[in-house]
Design a protein around this ligand. Structure first.
Ligand code: TMP
Length: 207
C-alpha cells in the first residue's frame, strides 16, 4: 500500500455526461496502483449529508435554502470523511463537489455567486480539490442519454436551457482556475472518453 500525501479529485458535469461509468475507471486504476481509495459523493457521503441529499433532490425549496443545504452537507462530509481520509494519505474520489453548487445553484438557478463564495470560504476553510475532472458535452446530447433513465429528480427534470446555464457555470469555474481542471470532451464513445481520461490523469500525476 502506498503511503504519503493524499489526493483529492472531484468529478463534475451536467446530468447525462456519463461520469458514473468513468468514476469506476478511475477507482479501478487507483486500486491497481495500490492507493487507499475512498469513493464518495455530494450531496452525501455521511448519514447527515445523505439525509440532506434526499431533501435537496426531492423537496421543493428556494435557491438559498438549496445552497445552504448542499453546503451543510458538504461541511459534515468534509469533517467526517474527506479531511480524515486525506490526513491518513488516502486518495479521495468525490462524485461532485463545490463546482456543482456554482454550476447548478449559481448558473442553473441564477443564485448570487457572491453568497456562494462566502459559504465556500466558511465551509471549506481553503480546502479545494487537487484536480477536478469536468465531463463537458452539449446539453441536448446529455438530455437524449437521460431520456430512458430512471424517474428524474428535481434537477434531471429541468429543461435544456437550464443545463446550458449549468454548463456555462462549470466553464466559468474552469476559466477562473484552469490549473485545477481537466476538461474531458464527453460527446464520444465510452471507450474514447475513458482513454482520454486515463491519459489526463497520468499527465496530472493522479493515476
Ligand atoms: P448526481 O445525480 O450526479 O449524484 O447529483 C445529484 C444532483 O444534485 C445533480 O443533479 C446535481 C445536483 N447538485 C446541486 O444542485 N448542487 C450541488 O452542490 C451538488 C453537489 C449537486
Amino acid at each position: 500500500m502506498n503511503q504519503g500525501k493524499g489526493r483529492f479529485v472531484t468529478v463534475e458535469g451536467i446530468d447525462g455526461a456519463g461520469k458514473t461509468t468513468h468514476l469506476r475507471t478511475i477507482e479501478q486504476a487507483w486500486r491497481e496502483a495500490g492507493h487507499e481509495v475512498v469513493c464518495t459523493r455530494e450531496p452525501g457521503g455521511t448519514p447527515v449529508a445523505e439525509s440532506l441529499r434526499e431533501m435537496v433532490l426531492h423537496q421543493p425549496m428556494d435557491p438559498l435554502t438549496e445552497s445552504l443545504l448542499v453546503f451543510a452537507a458538504r461541511r459534515d462530509h468534509l469533517g467526517q470523511v474527506i479531511e480524515p481520509a486525506l490526513a491518513r494519505g488516502a486518495w479521495v474520489l468525490c462524485d461532485r463537489f463545490t463546482d456543482a453548487t456554482f454550476a447548478y445553484q449559481g448558473g442553473g438557478r441564477g443564485f448570487d455567486e457572491a453568497v456562494l463564495s462566502q459559504l465556500e470560504q466558511w465551509v471549506q476553510q481553503g480546502r479545494q480539490p487537487d484536480v477536478t475532472i469536468l465531463f463537458d458535452l452539449p446539453p441536448a446530447v446529455a438530455a437524449a442519454r437521460l431520456r430512458d433513465a430512471r424517474a428524474p429528480d428535481r434537477f434531471e427534470a429541468q429543461d435544456v436551457a437550464f443545463f446550458e446555464r449549468v454548463r456555462q457555470g462549470y466553464l466559468r469555474r474552469q476559466a477562473a482556475d484552469p490549473g485545477r481542471f481537466v476538461v474531458v470532451q464527453a460527446d464520444r464513445t465510452p471507450d474514447e472518453v475513458g482513454a482520454a481520461l486515463l491519459a489526463a490523469l497520468r499527465e496530472r500525476g493522479v493515476a
